[in-house]
Design a protein around this ligand. Structure first.
Ligand SMILES: O=C(O)c1ccccc1N[C@@H]1O[C@H](COP(=O)(O)O)[C@@H](O)[C@H]1O
Length: 223
């Protein structure tokens, strides 16, 4: 593995997108889930992406892949955002069949989130072995959480030794610039390990990304 890929999720403004891409982010995530403090409309995401593409062209940095995060979204919601995106990231009850269908219908790759608290949860990923392009292992939300992710909660990453699939996987949930090095160290010998994802661990307040934390996270992830 040449080094983990890094996804910065919950981008809400062009400055954050440009700074993260300039610092080497491989994926940027836009949250199209209304209850999230990181929610953006497709129109707002489009403006951000236009500015990002212009900066990438002017400065010569690589364009990150563009991920739309959805929770049990309907066709209309997906179709409004799909033309902007390279990936759909699903955090709801999307079945393997639905993931396959939507990936084909909209011509995007699919990332399926698998919530983990115990060892048994990791094997849930096998249902998505064919249907998802990437598995995202995330912590199960705590009781009473208003949303299925983005809660800053970690799980025991050593549980991922039970993953036997070949679909590449990303580790998420409660990662920060301080702990991401440890998370990467534990996974980097695994062939299917693709990278790490963060949202709340690089924020100064819910929904407010902190440029210094984003840079520190990318640098700690990539070593
Ligand atoms: O970020 C959100 O607001 C969000 C909302 C609904 C589902 C998932 C969400 N975020 C994803 O959750 C994980 C972990 O986030 P955190 O680093 O613990 O805050 C990550 O994949 C985000 O993309």
């Amino acid at each position: 593995m040449s080094g983990p890929l890094v996804k910065i999720c919950g981008v809400k403004d062009a400055a954050t997108a440009i700074d993260a891409a300039r610092a080497g982010a491989d994926f940027l995530g836009f949250v199209f889930f209304r209850k999230s403090p990181r929610f953006v409309t497709p129109e707002a995401a489009e403006e951000i992406i236009l500015d990002l593409k212009q900066a990438a062209f002017d400065e010569g940095f690589a364009m990150p892949r563009l991920v739309g995060l959805f929770v049990d979204a309907g066709e209309k919601e997906l179709s409004e955002a799909a033309p902007l995106l390279t990936h759909f990231q699903f955090h709801g009850h999307e079945s393997p069949e639905r993931c396959s269908e939507l990936g084909l219908e909209f011509g995007v790759e699919v990332i399926k989130a698998i919530p983990v608290t115990g060892k048994g949860d990791v094997s849930d990923a096998s249902d998505y072995e064919e249907a998802a392009d990437i598995i995202l292992f995330d912590a199960k939300p705590p009781p009473g959480a208003g949303q299925p992710g983005g809660n800053g909660v970690s799980f025991d990453w050593t549980l991922l030794s039970a993953y036997e699939g070949e679909t590449p996987y990303i580790v998420a949930g409660g990662l920060t610039p301080e702990n991401v090095g440890e998370a990467v160290k534990g996974q980097k010998s695994r062939e299917a390990f693709l990278g790490v994802d963060v949202s709340s661990g690089v924020e100064s307040a819910p929904g407010k990304k902190d440029d210094a934390l984003v840079k520190a996270f990318i640098s700690a992830s990539k070593g």
